[in-house]
Design a protein around this ligand. Structure first.
Ligand code: ZN
Ligand code: ZN
Length: 556
C-alpha cells in the first residue's frame, strides 16, 4: 500500500485530443515504483482515405508492457469499442486481470467467439454499483446513463484523496433501460471530497441538455405507427435501449421485428441473456421478412454509418438476398453520422431514395440523442461532485478546451493534458510533471504495426503516383544479356505526346546502361541507381508526376 509519502498520478495513453482509443492509467507510489491501474483499452476506426488498408487504430502500450509487473488490472467502464475494442489484441502483451460488469463481460465473450483463435481472456465480473479492490486501488462503480447498458463511472479512493473517472455518461432521468445516473452517490462523493474529476468532453461544445431516450422512443413509436408500408430502422448495434424502444413500438402496432445484420444479432442475443430485453417477444428470422405483409414488419438493421458491407448498404443497392424495400416503405436512421462517415451514409440514403423509399434522419426528427453530456449536464455533475481539479478527456482539442473553460467558470482548477502527459494529482496542486511513452498502433491484416512504420506511408505514396519496376540482366562484361523487363502499376498507359509509357521507361533503361562507362557497368548498385534516376525523369517528363521506380540488376 502506497503511503502518504508517495504520489497519485494519472496519464491518458489514448483518448485525449481525439475521440476514440480510450486508455487511462492511475499510479500510486513514487517514481521508483508505482502500482498501476488501467481504465479501458479501446480502439479508433480509421477512415479508408486517410490510412489505406488499415481498419483499426490501437493505443501503443509499450509503457504498460514495461510496467506490466506493477499493473494491478484493467477495469472496463462499458462495452463500446472505443473503450474495450483493443482488449483482444493487446491483452496477451499484459496478461493482467480484467474487470467488467455482466453485460460488458457477456458482449466481450460473444465478440471473442466471433474471432477464431482469439485468446482466452478471463474476465472478473463485478456487480453494478459495487465496491472492490484491484491491487492497492479501492474502486466503486457509479451507474451512469449512456447509449449502451451498464456504463459506469469509477470512484477511486486513495490515501491521497478521491478521484472520479466519469467514463461516458449523460444525465437521463428516463432512460429506456438501466438506472438513471446515480446522482445520490455522486452528491455523496462531493460531500466526502473529490480531489479530481477526469471527465467526458464529447459534447462540451453543445449548450443545454440532452433530450431523453424516452423522447426518442416516443417519436420512433409515432413514426413506426404512421408508416404505410414496411419500416426499417438502423441504429448502432450496441444501443440496446434503442433496440428495445423499436421493439416496443413495433409490438404496439402489431408488427414483427426482424433483425438484419450480424453485429445486431450478437448484441440482441447478449441483451436477452443479460435481461435487457425481458418482456420483449422473440425477434423473427430474416427469412420471414418477404412473407409478412408490409404493414406487419419492422426490420432492425446494421449499417447506420454507411458501412458498405452492412445490411442497409446492401438493401440500398437492392443487393440484399432477403430484404427488399420499395416505394412507400420508410427507413429511419436512429443515429448520427460519426465524423468521416458522411459520404458513405449519403450514398446509402441516395440509394434508398432512388428506390422510392422515404428516409427519415435526425436532421428533421428527434430520432436520436447522443449518450454524452452537454454543458448543462456538465455543470450539474461538477455541482454534485465539486472536484478540486477537472481534467478533460474523451474529446478533440476543441471539446477539451470548451470543457476546460466551463470548469474554470465554475471556479475549478483545470489541467488540460495530452496523451502521454503524466499528471500528478496529489500531493500538491495537480500538474503535469513528466511524460510517458504514448502513441498509436495500426491493425494491418492480422498484424499490429507502429504508426510511424513506412508501410502505410509507402501505400499512400503508391496510391498517388504508382510504381515502375525494371529488371536488368548484365553479363560480366557489363552488357545487357537480354531485353530489360519493365512493369508499370498505377501509371497512365500513354504520355502527353502519345508515347507508350512502358516504352518510355524501357528506352530510358536501355540508353542509360549503354551510355555508362564500362567499369561502372560491372557495379550492379551503380547501374541500378543510374537507371532508377533516368526512368523516373523520363516518366516525369511525359506525365508531370514523379513515380516510384525500383530497379533490379542481375549479373549473369
Ligand atoms: Zn461510450
Ligand atoms: Zn467513448
Amino acid at each position: 500500500m502506497a503511503g502518504l509519502n508517495g504520489e497519485l498520478v494519472f496519464a491518458a495513453l489514448g483518448g485525449v485530443g481525439e475521440i476514440g482509443m480510450n486508455l487511462s492509467i492511475y499510479g500510486l507510489g513514487d517514481a521508483r515504483r508505482r502500482s498501476w491501474l488501467a481504465v479501458d483499452i479501446g480502439v479508433s476506426f480509421a477512415s479508408e482515405e486517410n490510412l489505406p488498408g488499415i481498419d483499426l487504430i490501437l493505443p501503443d502500450i509499450r509503457y504498460l508492457v514495461e510496467e506490466r509487473r506493477n499493473l494491478a488490472g484493467i477495469v472496463l467502464t462499458h462495452a463500446h469499442e472505443d473503450h474495450f475494442g483493443a482488449l483482444l489484441d493487446l491483452w496477451p502483451k499484459l496478461k493482467v486481470p480484467v474487470y467488467a460488469t455482466p453485460f460488458t463481460a457477456a458482449l466481450f465473450a460473444a465478440k471473442r467467439l466471433g474471432e477464431p483463435g482469439a485468446p482466452d481472456i478471463p474476465i472478473r465480473e463485478i456487480a453494478l454499483g459495487s465496491r472492490f479492490k484491484v491491487g492497492p486501488f479501492d474502486i466503486e462503480l457509479v451507474s451512469v446513463a449512456h447509449s449502451i447498458p451498464e456504463s459506469n463511472a469509477l470512484i477511486l479512493r486513495t490515501p491521497h484523496g478521491n478521484v472520479l473517472h466519469t467514463g461516458d455518461w449523460k444525465i437521463d432521468p428516463t432512460p429506456v433501460i438501466g438506472p438513471p445516473t446515480d446522482e445520490a452517490k455522486l452528491r455523496a462523493l462531493g460531500a466526502e471530497g473529490c480531489l479530481a474529476m477526469i471527465g467526458d468532453s464529447t459534447n462540451a461544445v453543445r449548450d443545454g441538455r440532452s433530450p431523453s431516450e424516452s423522447d426518442v422512443a416516443k417519436n420512433l413509436a409515432e413514426l413506426i405507427a404512421s408508416a404505410p408500408g414496411r419500416v426499417a430502422v438502423t441504429t448502432f448495434a450496441s444501443h440496446v435501449s434503442r433496440i428495445r424502444a423499436i421493439a416496443e413500438a413495433a409490438r404496439a402496432v402489431d408488427r414483427e421485428v426482424v433483425v438484419v445484420g450480424r453485429a445486431m444479432d450478437r448484441v440482441t442475443q447478449v441483451a436477452r441473456e443479460t435481461g435487457y430485453l425481458d418482456g420483449i417477444a422473440d425477434f423473427r428470422g430474416i427469412e420471414v421478412f418477404g412473407h409478412l405483409p408490409p404493414d406487419k414488419v419492422v426490420a432492425l438493421c446494421t449499417g447506420s454509418q454507411g458501412e458498405p458491407r452492412a445490411a442497409l448498404a446492401r438493401i440500398a443497392e437492392d443487393e440484399h438476398p432477403e430484404i427488399a424495400l420499395s416505394k412507400g416503405d420508410r427507413v429511419i436512421f436512429s443515429s448520427r453520422p460519426i465524423p468521416g462517415n458522411e459520404k458513405a451514409i449519403g450514398r446509402v440514403i441516395n440509394g434508398l431514395v432512388s428506390q422510392g423509399v422515404e428516409v427519415i434522419t435526425d436532421r428533421t426528427h428527434l430520432v436520436h440523442v447522443s449518450g454524452h453530456p452537454r454543458r448543462g449536464e456538465l455543470e450539474d455533475m461538477i455541482g454534485w461532485v465539486r472536484p478540486g481539479t477537472v481534467i478533460p478527456v474523451h474529446g478533440e482539442a476543441l471539446h477539451l478546451a470548451e470543457h476546460a473553460a466551463l470548469a474554470r467558470r465554475l471556479q475549478r482548477n483545470v489541467v488540460v493534458c495530452r496523451n502521454g502527459d503524466l499528471v500528478r494529482l496529489a500531493p500538491g496542486d495537480p500538474a503535469i510533471v513528466d511524460e510517458v511513452p504514448a502513441g498509436r498502433l495500426y491493425k494491418d491484416g492480422r498484424l499490429l504495426i507502429a504508426a510511424d512504420a513506412r508501410t502505410v506511408a509507402d501505400r499512400k505514396r503508391l496510391s498517388f503516383s504508382g510504381i515502375v519496376t525494371v529488371a536488368l540482366a548484365l553479363t560480366d562484361k557489363g552488357q545487357l544479356a537480354a531485353n530489360p523487363e519493365v512493369e508499370l502499376i498505377g501509371i497512365p498507359e500513354t504520355g502527353a505526346d502519345g508515347d507508350s509509357m512502358a516504352e518510355v521507361a524501357y528506352e530510358a533503361a536501355v540508353e542509360t546502361v549503354e551510355s555508362l562507362p564500362r567499369p561502372r557497368r560491372r557495379d550492379p548498385d551503380s547501374v541500378a541507381e543510374a537507371v532508377r534516376r533516368a526512368v523516373r525523369a523520363a516518366v516525369a517528363a511525359r506525365w508531370g508526376k514523379k513515380t516510384h521506380v525500383t530497379v533490379q540488376v542481375l549479373m549473369v
